[in-house]
Design a protein around this ligand. Structure first.
Ligand code: FAD
Length: 641
């Protein structure tokens, strides 16, 4: 049997869901095929979304019309703003998800997307004609034909679950089959595959935790949402399992606390005494694991002087008693996992429901894809998510959205969607992937972005909605709302500059009452706001515009004024580098023919095939003098043409 589509997306994980919805939003007849339709947008590791840099990505996905933010807003059991005492660049939302409800909600979103067909099936091979993709073949022989295919198989390519010294099983995740034929199909097509690993902690039964011996961690007492849509119309909720001590309720939304416990000397003795039984103890596995998210075995070896480590106990949902032990990532056998947990007072009786385990899997080193996520080797084939060597739901979802959108552009023969480094974390991530040789799973951090102050989670809509609208990902209503917001911010900034204060007026009194010196005679309101520690609320209360402005507008005004100098400096840096970022290098450029270029630079540039001079400059081993040479050569070519 054969069916024809314009785009086929393989895998309904975080990347696949966004890819399928993006391609459909852009008007392509799309099919999302996945091994198990009951496990859409599954969270095989932490039941949470967001955190530093990841929250930024969720907001960027939302600004581009994606689903992740809206889905978590409907299904979280706790939300908090992290880094509140620090600057706006690193503030980030983090939500605990009700894992089952998240999956259910995402499936509903997929099913509500016009033009999107969902299919359960296992893809065994890619169909190709020469160097073009033509679709996929399923295990039952069905052919799904399409000129563009987005592959998002996560940790399933030749996946191998490891637990203890002896247990190795072929699996994409615990309890799910590995994608062995698909990995072979990629190899047969000439792709270079690498091997990575990651691991997950045990889940324990809430009924066996002594919550009285834990420290509570509460959710926000005021409304917070990822999506720029704000409060969702419907929230997915199920009755709360009475086993959880709530601590306190929040009036605006039912939330669940998380709980903190600490390891101790006994815990460490159990782990160190059993290192030989762990497949992921340092030096054991060829495949590299995430350095920032190490197994507890590795943590103890790397930081021998640390007397204690924190574990966070995070409920996996409201109706289940499964609790995720954040921080206890491990490949130790289950009897050792139980022993180590039992050394912690609150967990003396803890019963493991799902043991932690490690997983090793194949990935496609990302120098083989372009910034559009299309592979260089096979036209029309796009890769997104863990297959590109990243880890994390948010990173996967962001790539998925870009890959799905670019698959649609490819089918329609339209200009691809590329987010630059100065436009978003999505741009930073994709650029890092295509210019760097990764040696471990890639994760986003705020420190990876050189223009952090420009790429805040609070202004993702202002940065990217326009782009999303232009590419058909964002509807007119959302676009219009952002245009209005921009105008209001602009107008308010002008108003503040134009209001000059008498020294003894209300503002002066308000400042004095809060311990600040009164402003000089005739000083403008915007100057008052630039003073460290002076909040917009103070100015707003005594000299509010009419009508009053929404909080998201005043927030932008406050940040823009307080950080004006720094923001302007970063904007000037962007301006300076833009010439290099927009200087394109022809596809298939012959670096071997560039006389005078060092052999190392030749080899690196030929491997990564940078799309722009800016990208070329970021490739490891390429020096400024190599770039100088390249620029001279490109200029010669330009003149000759
Ligand atoms: C054990 C474990 C531990 C992890 N630990 C962490 C961690 O600590 N931190 C972190 O950030 N991330 C962790 N992750 C990774 C995280 O789960 C992924 O980053 C994220 O889910 C990747 O999203 P994705 O969409 O690329 O793939 P996935 O979410 O894995 O989705 C892949 C989808 O593809 C489908 N599929 C695969 N092959 C085929 C095929 N041949 N035919 C049809 N469908 C197919 C699968 O059924 C699945 O739906 C862990 C994952 C696992 C399994």
């Amino acid at each position: 049997m054969a069916e024809a589509f314009e785009v086929v997306v393989v895998g309904a994980g975080h990347a696949g869901c966004e890819a399928a919805m993006a391609a459909s939003r852009m008007g392509c007849r799309t099919c999302l095929v996945t091994m198990n339709l009951d496990l859409v947008a599954q969270m095989p590791c932490n039941p949470s979304i967001g955190g530093p840099a990841k929250a930024h990505v969720v907001r960027e996905i939302d600004a581009l019309g994606g689903a992740m933010g809206r889905c978590i807003d409907r299904t979280f059991v706790q939300i908090r703003m992290l880094n509140l005492s620090r600057g706006p660049a690193v503030r980030s939302l983090r939500a605990q998800a009700d894992k089952r409800l998240y999956s259910l909600c995402m499936k509903h979103m997929l099913e509500s997307t016009p033009g999107l067909a969902l299919k359960q099936g296992t893809v065994e091979a890619l169909l190709t004609e020469g160097d073009r993709v033509g679709g996929v073949r399923l295990a039952d022989g069905t052919r799904l034909e399409a000129p563009a295919v987005v592959l998002t198989p996560g940790t399933f390519l030749n996946g191998e679950v490891l637990s203890g010294a002896d247990y190795h099983a072929r699996a994409g995740r615990a309890g799910e089959l590995a994608a062995v034929s698909l990995a072979r199909s990629l190899r047969d097509l000439g792709f270079e595959l690498g091997r990575l690993q990651t691991n997950t902690p045990p889940r324990i039964d809430a009924r066996t935790i002594d919550f009285g011996a834990t420290a509570l961690q509460m959710g926000s007492d005021h409304p917070l949402y990822f999506s720029f849509d704000g409060a969702p119309e419907h929230v997915y909720q199920v009755p709360l399992n009475s086993v959880y001590p709530l601590g306190y309720g929040t009036t605006w939304r039912r939330q669940m606390p998380c709980y903190q416990v600490h390891t101790n000397g006994d815990t460490h003795r159990v782990i160190l005494g059993n290192l030989d039984r762990s497949p992921v103890a340092p030096g054991k596995l060829d495949a590299h694991g995430p350095r920032y998210c190490p197994s507890i075995e590795e943590k103890l070896v790397r930081f021998p002087d640390k007397a204690s480590h924190i574990f966070f106990l995070e409920p996996e949902g409201a109706a289940t008693t499964e609790v995720y032990v954040q921080g206890c990532f491990t490949g130790l056998p289950v009897d050792v996992q139980e022993d180590l947990l039992h050394t912690i007072p609150a967990l003396r009786e803890a019963r493991i429901m799902r043991p932690g385990y490690a997983i090793a899997y194949d990935y496609v080193p990302a120098h083989q894809v372009r910034s559009t996520m299309e592979t260089r080797r096979i036209h029309g084939l796009f890769l997104a998510g863990q297959i590109n060597g990243t880890s994390g739901y948010e990173e996967a979802a962001g790539q998925g959205l870009l890959a799905g959108a670019n698959a649609a552009c490819y089918v329609r023969d339209e200009e691809p969607l590329v987010v630059r480094r100065d436009q978003g974390y999505l741009g930073v991530m994709v650029d890092d992937l295509v210019t760097k040789d990764l040696r471990e799973p890639y994760r986003l951090f705020t420190s990876r972005a050189e223009y952090r102050l420009l790429l805040r989670q609070d202004n993702a809509d202002l940065r990217l909605t326009e782009l999303g609208h232009e590419w058909g990902l964002v509807d007119d209503a959302r676009h219009e709302a952002v245009r209005t917001k921009k105008k209001l911010i602009q107008k308010e900034m002008e108003r503040l500059r134009g209001v000059h204060l008498p020294p003894a007026g209300l503002i002066a009194q308000a400042l004095k009452s809060r311990g600040f010196d009164p402003p000089r005679d005739g000083v403008a309101l915007d100057q008052v706001l630039r003073r460290p520690g002076v909040g917009y609320d103070l100015v707003y209360d005594v000299a509010a515009p009419s009508p009053r402005l929404p909080a998201e507008v005043t927030e932008q005004v406050e940040i823009a004024l307080a950080y004006e100098g720094y923001i302007a400096r970063q904007a000037r840096q962007v301006e300076r580098t833009l010439r290099m970022e927009t200087r394109h290098i022809p596809e298939g450029f012959d670096y071997a023919g560039l006389v005078g270029l060092r052999a190392e630079a030749q080899e690196r540039l030929a491997r990564h095939q940078p799309a722009t001079v800016g990208q070329a400059a970021r490739i490891e081993g390429v020096t400024p003098s190599d770039i100088g040479l390249l620029l001279v050569h490109l200029e010669r070519l330009r003149r000759r043409d």
